[in-house]
Design a protein around this ligand. Sequence first.
Ligand code: PEP
Ligand code: MN
Length: 263
Amino acid sequence: LASKQAHPKPTIIEVGPVKIGGGHLAMIAGPCAVESPERMESIAKSVRAAGANIFRGGAFKPRTSPYSFQGLGEEGLKILRDVGARHGMPVVTEVVDPRHVDLVCEYADMIQLGARNMQNFVLLTEVGRTNKPVLMKRGMSATVQDFLMSAEYIMAQGNSNVVLCERGVKGFDPATRNTFDVALVPQIHKLSHLPIIVDPSHATGRPELIPACALAGVAAGADGVHIEVHDKPEEAMSDGPQALLPQQYAELMDQIRKVAAAV
Ligand code: PEP
Ligand code: MN
């Protein structure tokens, strides 16, 4: 179902009024975790003004340590939905537990499946039973075939609204958080009709490397860019060190528009 043989033309996924694929770019931005309504409000305002069209934030966070902040849960889903609506942006948020799929669907316009859950087949199946658009991150060491087979799990249940996301794979060099695999973008476009976007925030973990990788992704034909933005990174509840400031995001968006116009 995910292969190009099944469907030769690029699929266009609709998330509220936003189209993704076939020349339409998803510009997803927001903090790693949903935080206070005031903080979400100021971040939403700035990313919207810069040209973001989908607002993000995790209410259920898959953290490496069980003692790290795990997210605001349903309260966070409400904040995300309300703030997104006030700024005219549909919202995407992660689901980490099959028991939360219905709850997350009540509030979100798009469901995110994180890298750590790309091969959580029970979760993929549950998400496949809904009709919500899905943003699926590539697993930390998933091959292209693994990635497409996970999309297949979702689609086999009847949900064809899958957007893929390259977010870096495990490398050997701790200088970057992960290794950004820009070649995945043209590879996916060759094998599949599904849109693929890039997430240079998690791929590099370093704000100074994000712009170059975002632009490389767009130049390679990515159907969108996913970036973490925070106005007080030092106070962020998670992933603060990799967040772009609103001003940096706005400058990057100007460059992204220029590159996108040239591809
Ligand atoms: C995130 O988007 O905040 C996240 C946890 O991403 P990933 O699953 O790619 O690590
Ligand atoms: Mn994050």
